[in-house]
Design a protein around this ligand. Structure first.
Ligand SMILES: Nc1nc2c(c(=O)[nH]1)N[C@H]1C(S)=C(S)[C@@H](COP(=O)(O)OP(=O)(O)OC[C@H]3O[C@@H](n4cnc5c(=O)[nH]c(N)nc54)[C@H](O)[C@@H]3O)O[C@H]1N2
Ligand SMILES: Nc1nc2c(c(=O)[nH]1)N[C@H]1C(S)=C(S)[C@@H](COP(=O)(O)OP(=O)(O)OC[C@H]3O[C@@H](n4cnc5c(=O)[nH]c(N)nc54)[C@H](O)[C@@H]3O)O[C@H]1N2
Ligand SMILES: [Mo]
Length: 768
């Protein structure tokens, strides 16, 4: 046996790796020896840690430096920057924070800073920022996620908001052992299961699905894209029009009632409001019976297929899986609500291998047993500012200070934001309608950003502070979503003058007189030890023994034992609905939500319902005939490492591919590899055509993540030459309930595009 050197461990949201270094540079990332299905995404780091896009020193936008806050704030991404010392940068930030707080109050600082940043419990950028801002008097925050805001809000009413119901559905083991039929609305794309927030030591989803297949589970993929379920699972594909899932579920529910297959005893004991909902379902309430035939017309599927599916679901141990994507569309609250109602009608919620699950494969953690422990995190301290926005309302907030808006039964007001501080996310990746965001982005007087590379956000900031990557600092991968905890080691020294987010805030805090409050006198090493000790203590209380800190550091990783007993989140409720009620007003599953009924909303009924979308294939005219799905990229996490070798190898002619059905391409005269312009009234992007039989005709697909490379079109809207689909997506809330993002509801037109000028996404700015 050859003695292979043991390289130090590092961790990312997409996996754990051993890092090989040569002459102080990263040479290779070797997958963790305990990962049966490692992700290639990590290889995206190779070559980019110290490339020309690396931010190696603090930078200030020249126009801001010369003219002061508020002047020349177009921030188009093509401005020149001036390199400054850390001393100057720290003082500029400290003075500007003081000025804004004194003149306008702390609510004028927007510190929501949504985004994924990097794995590692301590150096989580957003946590560092929030703690720091709380030390200087607080900030306007944001609530809920881009991932499934509508799901988070609706389930708080329907199931009581217990995180277990959202994030720990029927575990894979239970599916393998007990499920007959798994019906997946939005599929279960393995590409998304490469990721798990906080880090993932063992990719389990592929293996679990293979085991389920071998155990005889049948799969149904209800999605406009066949490849949303892996080929070898031999799923039945129902190519539904996007945005019609609630209609399909209603059609299935109607079949259950029509044939008396619904479980009246379950509905009676465990739910509220079924009778009222049944009036809507059968058409007693509004004159429209939501029959399978009615649903089939909306979804463009054969009615017989839905009737047959309803029968199979009633006769089998069935788990209904709903992709998170279904919440990122108009009325995105409804799919989770209706799926829960449908599962309740089947009466299998809380039985092994049955019920409802949200987002199998949306992350590697979904379906894994969750460790019943809440590990320690950096304490955030108190935020005295009460203002907040639902996360995806950022452009609305910046454009409409003082305006009133509705959110989850409350009337709220947008604060007047003067300073935006971002660390660990990228709104020019995640937000919709980027023409609108760019207009909104001109409103604040100052934008401060920490990032490590010159991406689309950094180029649109006034003060850019260079942070380290996880490979340049010590940390701990510590999350109840994964069985492994990992000591992340510094692999290469910080590049240039880069500092960890913590050290950046420590230094600014010193200038603002809050250093001690921020650090509590601890060094980074002492914080790591504190986090570990505190977590070990909490784990011990939950019956999990972690090694002592020196032993853990010595070993480098530790595998926590699986939780004992049944891990089905609903089984306790099923066994004893009075003793273990849900955290809803009634203690039961709320098919009719008393809270939502009390909101007296004109646009949201108190029970799940079908709302015809404003943008869908059912009303697509000739102007914008295609439905664009902008889903998660297989080759990276969002916009991270788009400039790395893995993402670049997936591009075509340097741009994002757009997948379209060959018949659609033919009608448009588009050949494989052609450059196309994807557009609507909101904007446009270029992309490279890729034919794909796996798509429903009329549906096109692009992945998110291409760094915005925008030029203005004649009508003033943006065109991205690199293929960022958020130039065309819509920036409207799901509904006044959750105000979540609606990126997946989007109609576009497509045309061949002859001229294919330069792509400048990967050019650093001019630095003077
Ligand atoms: N059209 C469309 N848009 C979408 C979606 C969609 O389905 N369709 N999906 C949405 C979803 S679900 C999400 S979650 C969002 C994701 O959106 P984001 O989470 O905002 O996207 P990321 O690209 O992961 O942004 C992370 C940023 O943090 C930086 N970073 C990494 N490590 C560190 C660090 O240690 N410190 C600091 N300061 N910075 C660091 C990275 O360089 C990067 O710029 O996108 C949303 N946008
Ligand atoms: N590789 C990789 N993995 C990731 C991420 C990443 O950036 N890269 N991001 C992570 C994050 S932050 C999140 S939130 C999750 C998101 O996980 P998901 O929400 O599951 O992700 P999406 O890829 O947006 O959508 C999944 C599928 O839903 C289908 N779909 C879209 N609209 C409809 C519809 O109206 N009806 C039906 N039936 N199907 C529809 C699409 O065909 C799409 O392929 O992924 C995570 N995993
Ligand atoms: Mo997400």
């Amino acid at each position: 046996m050859t003695d292979r050197p043991i390289f130090p461990l590092t961790a990312a949201h997409w996996g754990v790796y051993r890092a090989e270094v040569e002459d102080g540079r990263l040479k290779a990332l070797h997958p963790f020896e305990h990962d049966p299905d490692p992700s290639p995404i990590g290889q995206g780091y190779l070559g980019v840690l110290d490339d020309p896009l690396r931010i190696k020193a603090p930078m200030v936008r020249k126009a801001w430096l010369e003219n002061g806050p508020g002047a020349a704030s177009d921030r188009n991404g093509d401005d020149a920057f001036v390199r400054v010392s850390w001393e100057t940068a720290e003082q500029l930030v400290a003075d500007e924070l003081r000025r804004v707080c004194a003149d306008f109050g702390n609510q004028a600082i927007f510190g929501g800073s949504y985004g994924w940043s990097s794995a590692g419990r301590f150096h989580h950028a957003q946590s560092q920022l929030h703690r720091f801002l709380n030390c200087v008097g607080g900030y306007t925050r944001s609530v809920n996620s881009y991932s499934l805001a509508a799901g988070e809000v609706i389930l708080s009413h329907v199931l009581g908001g217990d995180a277990r119901f959202i994030h720990a559905p029927t575990p894979w083991q239970s599916v393998v052992e007990h499920t007959d039929l798994l019906v997946a609305f939005g599929g279960m794309p393995l590409r998304n299961a490469q990721i798990s927030s906080g880090g993932t030591g063992r990719h389990r989803a592929r293996e679990a699905l293979e085991q389920a297949k071998r155990a005889g589970v049948s799969f149904v993929n209800i999605s406009p894209i066949r490849s949303d379920v892996a080929d070898d699972l031999m799923a039945q594909w129902l190519p539904a029009r996007p945005g019609t899932d609630v209609a399909i579920m209603l059609g299935l529910a109607h079949e259950l009632v029509r044939n008396d297959w619904h479980d009246a005893a379950f509905l009676d004991r465990y739910t509220t409001g079924f009778d009222k909902f049944a009036d809507y379902l059968t058409g007693k309430a509004d004159g429209i019976a939501k029959t399978a035939e009615w649903a089939a017309g909306i979804a463009d599927l054969p009615a017989g297929t839905l009737e047959e599916l309803a029968m199979r679901m009633a006769r089998s141990r069935t788990v209904i899986s709903v992709s998170w994507a279904l919440t990122r569309q108009e009325h995105g609250e409804q799919p989770f609500w209706m799926a829960t109602t449908l599962a309740a009608m089947l009466g299998q919620i809380g039985l092994p291998g049955g019920g409802v699950a949200f987002g199998y494969c949306a992350a590697n953690s979904i379906g894994n047993e969750r460790r019943p422990v809440s590990y320690a995190a950096l304490p955030q301290l108190e935020n005295p500012v009460k203002d907040f926005i639902p996360v995806a309302r950022i452009a609305d907030m910046l454009l409409n200070p003082g305006a009133e808006f509705q959110f989850n039964g409350q009337s709220l007001t947008y604060p007047d934001i003067r300073l935006v501080y971002w660390a660990g996310g990228n709104p020019f990746h995640h937000h919709q309608d980027l023409t609108r965001l760019c207009a909104a982005w001109q409103k604040p007087e100052t934008v401060i950003v920490h990032d490590w590379c010159w991406n689309t956000l950094a180029k649109r900031a006034d003060i850019v502070l260079p942070c380290t990557t996880p490979l340049e600092r010590d940390d701990i991968m510590l999350t109840p979503r994964d069985r492994f905890i990992v000591r992340m080691k510094t692999v290469v020294p910080p590049i240039g003058a880069a500092r960890s987010d913590h050290d950046i805030f420590r230094a600014i805090g010193r200038r603002m007189g809050v250093e001690h409050q921020f650090t509590e006198g601890r060094s980074t090493d002492e914080w790591l030890e504190w986090l570990y000790q505190e977590s070990r203590h909490r784990a011990c209380k939950a019956g999990i023994d972690l090694p002592d800190y020196p032993s853990f550091c010595e070993m480098g990783w530790y595998e926590t034992p699986p939780p004992a007993g049944s891990a089905d989140a609903f089984s306790a409720f099923r066994n004893d609905p009075d003793g273990a009620p849900l955290n809803t007003p009634s203690g039961r599953i709320e098919i009719v939500s008393s809270a939502i009924a009390s909101f007296k909303s004109a646009s949201v009924l108190p029970h799940p319902a079908w709302h015809e979308p404003e943008e869908w294939l059912g009303n697509a005219g000739d102007s914008f005939p295609f439905h664009l799905i902008s889903s998660q990229p297989p080759d990276k996490l969002h916009s991270q490492l788009d400039h790395g070798p893995v993402s670049k190898s997936e591009k075509r002619n340097g741009r994002s591919p757009i997948r379209m059905h060959p018949s659609d391409a033919k009608v448009l005269g588009i050949a494989e590899g052609d450059t196309v312009r994807v557009y609507n009234a909101r904007g446009a992007c270029l992309a490279t055509a890729k034919r794909d039989n796996d798509l429903l005709q009329g549906v096109v697909q692009m992945s998110t993540g291409a760094w915005l490379d925008a030029v203005r079109q004649d009508d003033g809207t943006l065109l991205c030459r690199h293929g960022n689909p958020n130039t065309v997506t819509r920036d409207r809330g799901t509904s006044e309930l959750a105000q979540g993002p609606t990126a997946h509801s989007c109609l576009v037109a497509i045309e061949r595009h002859e001229e294919s000028g330069p792509i400048e996404a990967f050019l650093p700015p001019i630095i003077e």
